[in-house]
Design a binder for this molecule. Structure first.
Ligand SMILES: NC(=O)c1ccc[n+]([C@@H]2O[C@H](COP(=O)([O-])OP(=O)(O)OC[C@H]3O[C@@H](n4cnc5c(N)ncnc54)[C@H](OP(=O)(O)O)[C@@H]3O)[C@@H](O)[C@H]2O)c1
Length: 310
């Protein structure tokens, strides 16, 4: 459990460490990758669109001369793609941190399914990441002090979860799909840590949420984040309750590398929607072990993979 102050502008050196970030070509994933590259980490951008990934890689190399940045292709909504990406990532000599950041943040109005028949928002934001973690446990365990960081959201406090309808076959709305996917992500992170410890593993799992972080309040980065004047104007009208995605990345970065953070910790902005990264108490639903067991069982069923059984 962390007790001392943390300065996002003065990160401990990550030289020699390898960090993989899903959804790293844009938004929070990009700024998380950039900050970790600045701290000296070798960064793997795990992205579905290779053109966007190339632009993000070029931007990081421009902003952090000499940084080591590579790309792995992954569409989290496609379990075949997860298998291929995991194979590539497993070939790394080490994997110190896996950050499962990719996500649909503007869900479709009508329920859609993935090529594997899973509800699209759930598989993109959670089930695909569950499969990725299941396939990367070995490479993480080979790396002393490895961490998995999953991405939660304040939305987890705003909906009731129906554990009997995790594929949203009975009652779909876009908002419900998003919030439920984030409950699954947060719950998964905490349960993953419990199961890793129970298995005697060294890897730890932590959770982060970025408050309310929006594009028009985020610094311009050529080829990656170039909002127009209109978006800047509208987003700045919400300045009192929002922050840029550069700052939204702070809790994730802290969860990834604060040496005093422990498995099972969650981090978020000090003022819930914005601010410096501090320890956060997850919503009751995300801490409920029965809910976690139901989500885990559905994740195994959906992906056809088993992970960390007692
Ligand atoms: N922004 C916030 O205020 C906020 C609040 C709470 C939680 N979060 C969480 O933070 C994470 C990032 O959000 P953001 O605001 O940075 O969103 P964003 O700017 O829309 O970026 C989302 C990233 O995820 C990628 N992605 C989407 N679907 C994917 C798929 N099927 N396979 C692989 N990558 C995929 C996107 O790739 P493409 O460019 O190819 O689409 C993009 O790189 C999400 O998990 C979100 O739930 C954000």
């Amino acid at each position: 459990m962390t007790t001392v102050a943390w300065d996002p502008a003065r990160l401990p050196s990550q030289a020699g460490r390898v960090v993989a970030v899903t959804g790293a070509n844009a938004g929070l994933g990009f700024f998380t990758s950039l900050q970790l590259a600045r701290a000296g980490a070798r960064v793997v951008l795990v992205c579905r669109d290779q053109m966007k990934a190339a632009r993000a890689r070029a931007a990081i190399q421009r902003l952090v001369p000499g940084s080591e940045v590579s790309v792995v292709r992954l569409d989290t909504a496609d379990l075949g793609s997860v298998r291929s990406a995991a194979k590539e990532l497993s070939a790394l000599d080490r994997l110190d941190v896996l950050i499962t950041n990719a996500g649909i943040v503007h869900p479709p109005r009508q329920r859609e399914v993935s090529p594997d028949g899973l509800e699209l928002v759930g598989v993109t934001n959670h089930f695909g990441h569950f499969a990725l973690v299941a396939r990367l446990v070995d490479v993480l365990e080979r790396t002393p002090g490895a961490r998995v960081v999953t991405l939660g959201s304040l939305a987890t406090r705003l909906v009731r979860l129906d554990v009997d309808d995790l594929q949203l076959e009975r009652r779909y709305t876009g908002w419900r799909a998003y919030a439920q996917s984030k409950i699954m992500s947060w719950s998964f992170g905490l349960e993953l840590d419990r199961r890793l410890r129970a298995a005697g593993a060294q890897t730890r799992a932590l959770v982060a949420h970025p408050g309310y972080s929006i594009t028009g309040r985020t610094p311009t980065v050529r080829g990656v984040n170039e909002p127009g004047a209109g978006e800047r104007f509208v987003d700045n009208l919400q300045a009192s309750v929002t922050q840029g995605k550069d700052r939204g990345a702070w809790p994730t970065v802290r969860a990834a590398i604060d040496p005093l953070a422990d498995g099972g910790d969650s981090f978020g902005p000090r003022y819930r929607l914005k601010g410096a990264p501090v320890l956060e108490t997850p919503a009751l639903v995300s801490r409920d072990p029965d809910v976690a067991a139901a989500i885990w069982a559905e994740s195994e069923r959906a992906t056809g993979l088993t992970l960390l059984h007692p």
